[in-house]
Design a protein around this ligand. Sequence first.
Ligand code: PMP
Ligand code: GLU
Length: 391
Amino acid sequence: MSLLLSTRATQIGDSPTLKINATARALKAAGKPVIHLGGGEPTIPAPQSAVDAIVQKANSRKIKYTPSSGTPELKQAVLNYTKTHYNYTFDKSHVLISAGAKQALFNFLLAAVEPGDEVVFPAPFWVSYPEMVKLAGGTPVVVKPAQGLRVTADEIFKAVTPKTKAIILNSPCNPAGHIFSADFIQQIVQFAEEKQIFLVMDDIYHQLVFDGAKTPNPCAFAKDFNNLVLINGVSKLYGLTGLRIGWAVCENKELIAAMGKMQAQSTSCNSDLSECAAAAALNGPQDCVQELCTILEDNRNTLLAELAQIPHIHVEKPQATFYSFVDFSYYSQDSNALAAYLLEKALVAVVPGRAFGAEGYLRISFCADKASIIEGVRRIARAVADLPRKN
Ligand code: PMP
Ligand code: GLU
């Protein structure tokens, strides 16, 4: 007998974003005054509706397995949400509730990807896409924009081959904070339909938008809804990251059923408490979403004002999310080394751009409180000023 780990386990990287959370937490626990600008969760308190639902459910003393694909109540809440925000009516057989958008994406990849299949997505990308595609046996195909941080539709088209099974789009984008244009979304929706490949819209930030912007709705451009997979969840919208509730919606019932099998054979079902709380948050007052956007927009403005004091960096104004993706290549081409230096020297946690497929950048989050953003960026400014001068 051998105790060697699987090739799969040894070839898959850690989640760099979760790792930075763990590092920041450990440093804080050790009494270090670390400022965490690497995080990916709003600090707002949970909506009262969600808290009340958890308390009520707990008091019922019935905390049991739920239906594997999600409770009818939560599915209905997701359907109502989808009707409101995508103006399209799906039914319950089109919905799978999962342990976060992350598991929804993973279920999709396990259900759709054959060994050798390619999955295309733009850089900069969310850190988990390449590793999840590899875990599912597929090949990640990263499309790097020739200019700036935004790919064009043509660049995506050129990356698609007969082996392409799916395109994943994340709009608004983690880490760059941009929203892809309606024209771009329309072109990709139509192209994916024509080529009969899946288009997975990771819409987890679609309501966290600023300056009156709106995220274009892919359903407005679709004709054949069988290949369009909408992913969303409560983590970012309500700051309910700890519930672990997300979902996939697609008119392709075979796909949703296959994704459901992946889940039934791995996690069985979602937490009963969490499903109740997520349904309550979706059905409850929604003012908290606008309030969160107002806080985040203000944080973004504070962050940009502070970043403007650091010479030789470049940042595009984030239109959405709570991330800025800042070009620090003047100071270092090695973003891992720069992030490690900032953590050690300035006690500020940020995520290196390399993890998102863009070397020379750092992802600086603005979901922390304003005072931390100000102090964090000032510390970064002092630390980079101490780096050896370039000629
Ligand atoms: N997609 C993107 C782009 C994300 O940033 C995240 C953040 N965790 C997720 C999916 C997963 O979200 P969750 O599993 O918490 O719903
Ligand atoms: N999505 C967040 C981030 O990018 C949370 C961490 C994660 O799930 O990877 O930081």
